[in-house]
Design a protein around this ligand. Structure first.
Ligand code: HBI
Ligand code: FE
Length: 291
């Protein structure tokens, strides 16, 4: 299945390829080790325990690129999830269909040494090191499947933009409150050296209490660190905050309303931390597209 054919794929099974674990070169495994050890150092003490438990439960370590078949043997037993190999980004319809069926689509390529700090498309390090460990946590695993079910509806009702925001502010860049303080769970932070340092060291960003409609209305810029992060109290909360919300009605209600920018703090916001905005002082006037 070539990359192009995937983009026109209708069914989720058409998108699945073989990981071909034996094809990874010693150089690929060394790239994984470099990325793994760098993230472990920058995340120490700031990533939530549930994530670390998942790394351990799945045997994801610095040795090299994980073999999906070996990882899945444990993952299936823990929460019924499995990781399936896809050639890259896939259309939203099969993407949500997979999540609803407890299948997480992971890219098989690994970035080059020149792309250690940033790459356009998610590679296997972002997908597996970033997203997969938390799928061992039952509450988060349930949330991801529910997100898939809602996403399937959203595709039919022109609501994918809203699901992309929910994805962005939880699955990719979510924070969680713990007795020790605010900790990281979002895959986009976990797998990025720059963003993990920014979240752990820089005071520019706001930390706002998660509110579903607030997140569905808040746009984001895809190619820079976040000006606001949304904070949940628990993964059980995350799931229950979705329950009972009529998303079809939400898409209709929210569609005509202007999007909030990530720089704003609204009167109704629960503000855990008001950011200094320092990082954003010289944000280009020709703003990139707000999603
Ligand atoms: N495909 N492989 C892959 N991974 C994603 O995270 C992904 C995707 N296709 C669509 C998509 N995400 C977005 O539609 C959602 O994040 C909203
Ligand atoms: Fe991702």
């Amino acid at each position: 299945m070539t990359g192009h054919a995937v983009l026109t794929a209708r069914s989720k099974d058409e998108c699945i390829v073989d990981q071909g674990w034996e094809k990874y070169t010693p150089d690929d495994h060394e790239t994984w080790r470099i990325l793994f050890e760098r993230q472990q150092a920058v995340l120490r003490g700031r990533v939530c325990q549930e994530y670390l438990d998942g790394l351990e439960a799945l045997g994801i370590g610095p040795e090299g690129v994980p073999d999906f078949d070996r990882m899945n043997a444990n993952l299936r037993k823990l929460t019924g999830w499995e990781v399936v190999a896809v050639p890259g980004l896939i259309p939203s319809r099969p993407f949500f269909e997979m999540l609803a069926n407890r299948q997480f689509p992971a890219g098989t390529f690994i970035r080059t040494r020149a792309q250690l700090d940033y790459l356009e498309e998610p590679d296997i390090f972002h997908d597996v090191f970033g997203h997969v460990p938390l799928l061992t946590n039952p509450a988060y695993a349930d949330y991801m499947a529910e997100y898939g079910r809602i996403g399937r509806e959203a595709v039919e009702r022109k609501g994918v933009k809203f699901l992309a925001r929910l994805n962005w502010y939880t699955i990719e860049f979510g924070l969680i409150r713990k007795p020790e303080g605010v900790q990281i769970y979002g895959a986009g932070i976990v797998s990025s050296f720059g963003e993990a340092k920014y979240v752990t060291e820089n005071l520019s960003a706001h930390h706002l209490g998660f509110d579903l409609d607030r997140v569905l209305r808040t746009g984001y810029y895809i190619d820079d660190f976040q000006a606001s992060y949304f904070v949940i109290d628990s993964f059980e909360d995350l799931f229950s905050l979705l329950e009972g919300r009529d998303f079809i009605a939400a898409f209709e209600e929210l569609r005509p309303l202007p999007a909030h920018t990530p720089f704003e703090i609204l009167p109704e916001d629960k503000v855990w931390r008001q950011g200094t905005g320092e990082y954003w002082r010289d944000f280009p006037q020709t703003k990139p597209k707000l999603k």
